[in-house]
Design a protein around this ligand. Structure first.
Ligand code: COA
Length: 301
């Protein structure tokens, strides 16, 4: 269910056909809701039939024209079938959102190469495969598009943990770094050749998601919130609004960027000095510096 009223006009993406991988649950589902509530036709792709069926039924209950297709982004034949089924169902494809992802906490030492590869296959290779299969529909003059129309839009869900380094997330860091590279490279190649905009959204910790359940399970008493600049978790709605902005005309000149939606978390680190002490300490240090005799080595001051 949508959590808040939207600041966008309700026909912001009217008539666009959007295919969302991982659209049956979590952030992907909220993206499906918000695209649908703003006028898009929605196709969702996922591995679990029951989850898909329930999501499609809820989307239709909201008045959204929605359809679900079972498939695993790791399998090229699934990717091709789902893209083609979406085209056959709605007659065009304008938007591809790559939201399917895999994650689990594990130390690098305990992660098997196959575990590493599994997440790379879902997040990075899966994203590329979906983009590749959807290209002939998304491009300017592509199947289902009139010659006067521009190209479509691709949105890749990424993360911020590879901007620095993250504990027990080497597989996801590598995968999301690759996703960001796909976003920039496809924006360059397909933006130039086919008028397709390719952007990303990098969520921070979003409440009520599988990602949070896996990365900050209730069994651990996390101190993470103490380091959050806005001191709160994000909502799935925050990510869906960022996607909407990048898909609709407001984002028509944005290409090749990944919008970080994390409340500033990736910038944060433990405070080493209380704010109250900074001013006084700084004055003491400054005085010592100014009073120091010229030419005397620091070690002698
Ligand atoms: N710790 C260490 N290794 C793990 C692991 C864990 N918690 N979970 C899976 N692996 C390893 C497995 O051991 C296996 O490697 P191996 O063959 O060397 O033993 C490899 O990863 C594949 O595991 P498998 O269970 O066969 O993969 P799957 O395709 O059934 O599941 C996952 C894929 C593991 C990514 C699963 O967590 C998933 O489906 N996630 C989707 C939902 C999700 O994570 N959402 C959060 C998005 S942020």
């Amino acid at each position: 269910m949508a959590t808040r009223a939207s600041p966008f006009v309700n026909d912001a993406v009217k008539g666009k056909v959007a295919l969302i991988t991982g659209g049956g649950s979590g952030i992907g589902y909220e993206i499906s809701v918000q695209l649908g509530m703003h006028g898009a036709f929605v196709a969702i792709m996922g591995r679990r039939k029951a989850v898909l069926e329930s999501a499609v039924s809820e989307l239709r209950g909201l008045g959204i024209s929605a359809v679900g297709f079972e498939g695993d982004v790791r399998k090229r034949e699934d990717a091709r079938r789902v893209v083609e089924s979406t085209f056959q169902h709605f007659g065009r494809i304008d938007v591809l959102v790559n939201a399917a992802a895999g994650n689990f906490l594990v130390s690098a030492e305990d992660l098997s190469p196959n575990g590493f590869k599994t997440v790379l296959d879902i997040d990075a290779v899966g994203t590329f495969t979906m983009c590749h299969e959807a290209l002939k529909y998304l491009k300017k003059g592509g199947q289902g598009k009139s010659p006067s129309e521009g190209g479509g839009v691709i949105l890749n869900i990424s993360a911020t943990l590879h901007y620095t380094a993250s504990w027990y997330q080497i597989h996801v860091s590598a995968a999301k770094a690759a996703v960001d590279a796909l976003t920039r490279n496809l924006a360059l190649e397909w933006g130039t050749d086919y008028d397709i905009r390719v952007n990303g959204v990098a969520p921070g910790p979003i409440g009520d998601t599988t990602g949070m359940d896996k990365l900050v399970p209730k069994e651990i008493n996390s101190k993470a919130r103490e380091y959050m600049p806005l001191y709160k978790l994000g909502e799935k709605w925050d990510i869906a609004m960022a996607i909407l902005f990048l898909v609709c005309d407001a984002g028509k000149y944005i290409n090749g960027t990944t919008l970080v939606v994390d409340g500033g978390l990736w910038l944060s680190r433990p405070r080493h000095l209380p704010k109250e002490a900074v001013n006084q300490l700084s004055r003491v240090v400054e005085k010592r510096s100014r009073d120091a005799p010229v030419g005397v080595p620091r070690s002698k001051i």
